[in-house]
Write a protein that binds this ligand. Structure first.
Ligand code: PA5
Length: 464
């Protein structure tokens, strides 16, 4: 039997940490409200609005992905993903969690002849130029990922890459080095692909960018580097089943959402820190931050009234950030929750040798392992936070494997939809980023956006 992930929320409760914790009575009230949120989620799922809940069952797409990855995909030494936001963060999280550390530094044999994988999610010319200059383009596949096919950053990267490919390869060669992951019908990428017979995979219309990690967006690059996509989806499906209950205390996604919501609305804690004690899970915390922020930070409620709601997610890493942010968490304002991501069984461990046994200050470390130190630091930080009356909880994965990561990704996505229900905002849209996009189009001279041209930045603040 596959092991489940565990949510330990004792340290969120007033009975454990005192006045700054959440009362059982508040959770009981939220449990009653959750019945309606759960029913609404079910109804939105049935109407096809929550496409991400369907992804674990899209067996034909998984077959398409597998056949591309096992066939054409194996002809390349390197895969480069061009995408941004929801079209990049999930993939980066999967790579970091489910492939050995420093994947791109390993030799072919250590990578079992799977390709290297780079995710280019920014348009910083220094980074993009440096990577492209270094690659052997004849041995590189570019997976251009954009659901809309209109995102300026991704499309600019595509134009740069295409030009470089055209300088090295004939028309047929260029086609063979590109695969687009995009809307099945609409958008520029779809048009180009149709006109030039470029391979494509679909992003289902009802799956938004930040909910797309388990679609072809995340699964194709994952399959190309040998990640077990079937196990990922099986883990996600298990979590969907587990969250089928409207009993709040038996539904981990609901508990996570409700505790964060109550922390903000009843205990004045709008800052939600995600702190894995595992380098492998650091990318997952960045992915969560985008999911939580872009989904829940909204001006309007679902009735269209101005409400300006939303929590602020923060990414931290244990034990590294104990020497950076934790001082603030311990003694700063009572405005945060800390969610630890813990790993029950690490992939490997490193023994600490017994050296300098005459030096008391370090002798106690001899005979331990780095893993036991990391775990001790997590427990110590959680206990210290609790003693200081700071809300914290722990999500524990049995180990960092595809099944557990599938569970975790799905739990946090479902939690985001439930949280949208409690905050009474639409978690699936992102109207707030539109204006910035339009002003960029204006500045870059896109036709039709002339009115959106802003003035150049006023430099007064830097002059003496
Ligand atoms: O979550 C989202 O919807 C966004 O972060 C998008 O993923 C991001 O803006 C990229 O969009 P696209 O995939 O259309 O290029």
């Amino acid at each position: 039997m596959t092991e489940r992930i565990v949510l330990d929320y004792n340290n969120m409760l007033a009975e454990r940490i005192g006045e700054h914790g959440i009362s059982s009575a508040s959770i009981d009230t939220a449990a009653t409200r959750f019945s309606a949120v759960h029913a609404d989620t079910q109804q939105r799922r049935d109407s096809g609005e929550l496409g991400f809940l369907q992804l674990p069952y899209e067996h034909d797409v998984v077959e398409q992905i597998r056949s591309f990855a096992d066939g054409v995909g194996q002809a390349f030494d390197t895969v480069v993903v061009l995408g941004i936001g929801g079209s990049a963060l999930g993939m980066s999280a999967l790579l970091q969690a489910l492939r050995p550390p420093r994947w791109n530094e390993l030799d072919d044999e250590a990578r079992e002849y799977f390709p290297k994988l780079y995710v280019l999610d920014n348009v910083d010319p220094v980074t993009v130029g440096a990577l492209l200059d270094r690659l052997d383009l004849r041995r590189t596949l570019f997976n251009v990922i954009s659901k809309s096919g209109a995102t300026a950053e991704t499309m600019a990267q595509y134009l740069v890459v295409r030009d470089r490919l055209q300088r090295e390869l004939d028309e047929e060669g260029v086609r063979g080095h590109l695969i687009f992951t995009t809307d099945p019908e609409k958008g520029v990428l779809r048009r180009i692909a149709a006109a030039e017979q470029i391979s494509t995979l679909p992003v289902p219309p009802a799956v938004g960018g930040r909910f797309s990690v388990l679609s072809a967006v995340g699964l194709l690059p994952a399959a190309l580097v040998g990640i077990d996509v079937a196990a990922l989806l099986a883990g996600a499906a298990d979590m969907i089943e587990r969250c089928g209950t409207s009993d709040l205390r038996a539904n981990p996604a609901a508990l996570f959402a409700v505790l964060q919501y109550l922390a903000q609305t009843e205990k004045g804690a709008p800052m939600h820190v995600m702190m894995p004690y595992s380098d492998q899970l650091a990318g997952l915390s960045d992915w969560y931050c985008q999911l939580w922020a872009e989904s829940l930070g909204k001006r309007k409620d679902r009735a269209g009234r101005d409400v300006f709601r939303g929590p602020t997610p923060v990414s931290a890493l244990g034990a590294t950030d104990q020497h950076s942010q934790v001082q603030l968490y311990m003694e700063g304002p009572f405005d945060k929750t800390i969610t630890f991501l813990a790993v029950k069984q690490l992939d490997s461990d490193v023994a600490v040798p017994r050296l300098h046994e005459d030096i008391e200050d370090i002798a106690y470390l001899g005979g331990a392992t780095l893993g036991s130190l990391l775990t001790a630091e997590l427990h110590a930080t959680a206990a210290a936070l609790s003693r200081n009356g700071r809300m914290n909880m722990r999500i524990e994965v049995p180990r960092v494997d595809a099944h557990a990561i599938g569970q975790l990704l799905m739990m946090l996505q479902i939690a985001t939809v439930y949280a949208g229900g409690f905050y009474d905002v639409n978690p699936l849209d992102q109207p707030g980023v539109e204006l910035g996009k339009q002003l960029t189009y204006g500045l870059m001279g896109r036709s039709g956006f002339e009115e959106q041209k802003t003035d150049a930045p006023d430099p007064r603040w830097i002059s003496a």
